[in-house]
Design a protein around this ligand. Sequence first.
Ligand code: GNR
Ligand code: NI
Length: 175
Amino acid sequence: MAILPILEIPDPILREISVPVAPDDADLPRLIADMFDTMYDAPGIGLAAIQIGVAKRLMVIDLQEEEGEDEKPVRRPRVFINPVLSEPSEELSAYNEGCLSIPEYYAEVTRPASVRAQWTDETGAAHDERLDGMLATCVQHEMDHLEGVLFTDHLSKLKRDMAMKKVLKSQRLRR
Ligand code: GNR
Ligand code: NI
């Protein structure tokens, strides 16, 4: 298992459209393990394979929610292989989003509050569920990555430019 480098804007790979995962993809178990290692280390609550440079329709999510007051986050790792989203709710919900590929920039994004999601998990089991709350937001954010879309694409050009400036500056300071 390995913590892998996360691609950041303006890397053109982040704009690639990911291709379906083949049912017999032998690299999948290692890829999934590396994605969790990388996501937990970051730390983040989701990661799409393209963020580590692999253009496959695969995302991992763990909201790591705290169960009660002063309790440590409970791990609930979820794997979404070849996810399909449909039937977005009319109700919208706004979350202050961030992205590991756009470090240190956060902005409110409005998305459907719930969506129907169909996917395969790491055991090969098929799922068909209506997702809401933070999970719905995160799944939509990750789904965007599979299409080469970043959360800043949902914002004004002014905010997108601010995000790019901020990231370029932080990259300059890190190298
Ligand atoms: O860690 C992350 N937090 C987050 C917060 C609000 C909405 C979406 C996210 S996903 C992000 C990790 C990431 O970049 N996934 O692609
Ligand atoms: Ni992201």
